[in-house]
Structures are given as structure tokens and as C-alpha cells.
Design a protein around this ligand. Structure first.
Ligand code: ZN
Length: 281
């Protein structure tokens, strides 16, 4: 059966350039470039604090091995401004301190692939050009740490300048820490005051803890918890998994770094600095 492809528009990957990043001790989240893929676009909300910069960012860190599809994230409304949490259409992608495999197909084109790897801290590879979107039938991006994929696509040959407001600076926090990889759960704090007794999939949090304690389940079989630094302490929004790790007495669990600004502000309900959490039901 012939199925017509579902086409969508997205930044043009053929327009490539390098971007310098500047450092700032405390960059505003909507202009802060982090390791991984950063989607840049203009937020449509008039009262958004990102408006005076003209650009906002949505960041995707290193993958868990599964490619993500920018179009689908956009359709599901996951690409959101860090100034006001409203959705926006990305104008281009910035890849920073990562490697990526991009599978794509333009409308009526043949499938193609781009591979890149960059470990430059204060430089990003930009794909796409302001105001130039093209129609794709497929676009999927896999992001890993620098060196995971070869850097086949050297950008030296291509340099397309675009008309970004010259006052806009892509920034990185000065003390940007590398994701720690593994941490002792006792060094991580909650953000909620209570947790449900089951995970979203229906599994019991307490059973998971007991299986971790007896060794019938390994922490590597559980998705890494996302950690971020807040007032000098590491916190996670994955409160149930953290509870299971702590109660099982584990000393090393996989973590991946995220930023406080990506966490739904309604989840910050702890009244004890994230030291303890109560299980509901
Ligand atoms: Zn906004």
C-alpha cells in the first residue's frame, strides 16, 4: 500500500555556520546554550522576558540511545520557551559539546544522513538559518557525547551568515559543570514534599526499592534520574526513583544533568530542603 508521507516544515539543515558562545556567571535561561541540541526560535508572547533578546531556547541533552524527532516534539507542544513556557517554532538548531546523527529526508527527496561531533566548549554548530524553513518528510536526531559519532560533516567549507540581531549573544554559564554520570543518591535532594506509591507505569515504588536492595534489579536497568544544581545542592525532579535508590541504600546511580529552568515550577513543593519526602497512600 502506498502511504503518502506526512510532511512538515523545520529549519534547513543545509544552512550551516559556527557560533561563538560567550560566558556569563548567571545567563538568563532563554539564551543559555547547554551541551546537546539547542532549538532556537522566537517566542511569540509579547510579555515574555525573552522578547528583548528576540530569541529563546529549548534544550535537549544527551539521548538515552533513542533518536528524537523535532517535528513530533513540536506537534506535542514540548518545545517551549524558557521565558514563559509557551510553545514556539524553532528557527535553527545549535549543537554544543555533543555528537549527533541526523537522519532526514526533504519532501520528494531521498533519505540522507549527517554526522557531526564537536567538543568545543565555547562554540556551537548551527544548522538552519533565520527565516528559512524547508519541508521535510522525515527528521530524526540522535545525540550522544562528543566523539560517539564521527565528525563527517566539517563545517569549515560552509559559512552562511544570517540576520540574527547582533546584540543577541549565545551564552554559557561560566561554571557549567559536566554531567557527573554517576552520583551517590544520598547527595541528591528531592523537590517534592510527597510522592505517589506507584510509578506512572503502575509498578510499586516500594517493590522497586526492595528489588534494588536485594540485587534482583540493578540501578542501570532504571532510567537515569535527572539532576540539577540549585543553591549549591543537587536536586532531582524524579522523586520516586530517588526515594527507591536512597531507601535501598545504593551508593552509586546513573544520573544525567538538566537545568532547574526545565522543571515544572509546580513540582517544587518541599518544605524541608528536599531532605525527606512522604509517600502517599
Ligand atoms: Zn516566551
Amino acid at each position: 500500500m502506498n502511504r503518502s508521507p506526512v510532511c512538515f516544515s523545520a529549519p534547513d539543515l543545509r544552512a550551516k555556520s559556527k557560533r561563538e558562545l560567550t560566558t556569563d556567571p548567571n545567563p538568563p535561561p532563554w539564551s543559555c546554550v547547554s551541551p546537546g541540541v539547542n532549538y532556537m526560535g522566537r517566542c511569540g508572547r509579547k510579555l515574555c522576558p525573552s522578547q528583548k533578546h528576540g530569541l529563546t531556547v529549548f534544550q535537549v541533552g544527551f539521548g538515552d540511545g533513542s533518536p528524537f524527532r523535532p517535528n513530533e516534539q513540536q506537534c506535542w507542544g514540548e518545545i517551549r520557551c524558557h521565558g514563559c513556557k509557551s510553545t514556539f517554532e524553532p528557527e535553527f538548531y545549535l549543537f554544543n559539546q555533543c555528537s549527533a546523527k541526523i537522519n532526514f529526508c526533504f519532501e520528494r527527496g531521498t533519505p540522507d544522513q549527517l554526522l557531526l561531533s564537536t567538543d568545543a566548549e565555547l562554540e556551537a554548530q548551527q544548522f538552519g538559518k533565520w527565516g528559512r524553513r524547508v519541508v521535510y518528510s522525515m527528521l530524526s536526531i540522535e545525540v550522544e557525547r562528543p566523539g560517539y559519532f564521527p565528525d563527517v560533516d566539517s563545517l569549515d567549507k560552509v559559512n552562511i551568515l544570517d540576520s540574527i540581531n547582533p546584540a543577541f549573544q549565545f551564552m554559557k554559564p561560566i561554571d557549567a559543570q559536566k554531567p557527573p554520570g554517576h552520583m551517590n543518591p544520598q547527595d541528591i535532594f528531592y523537590i517534592q514534599d510527597s510522592i505517589a506509591s506507584r510509578f506512572q507505569c503502575g509498578r510499586s515504588v516500594r517493590d522497586t526499592m526492595q528489588r534494588l536492595m536485594t540485587g534482583t534489579l540493578s540501578p542501570s536497568q532504571i532510567p537515569a534520574i535527572r539532576v540539577f544544581k540549585m543553591k549549591g545542592k543537587w536536586h532531582t525532579e524524579d522523586n520516586r526513583r530517588l526515594w527507591a535508590f536512597k531507601e535501598a541504600g545504593l551508593t552509586s546511580v546513573p544520573v544525567k544533568e538538566t537545568s532547574e529552568s526545565y522543571v515544572d515550577s509546580r513540582k517544587f513543593t518541599t518544605m524541608n530542603g528536599g531532605v525527606r519526602v512522604r509517600m502517599r497512600g
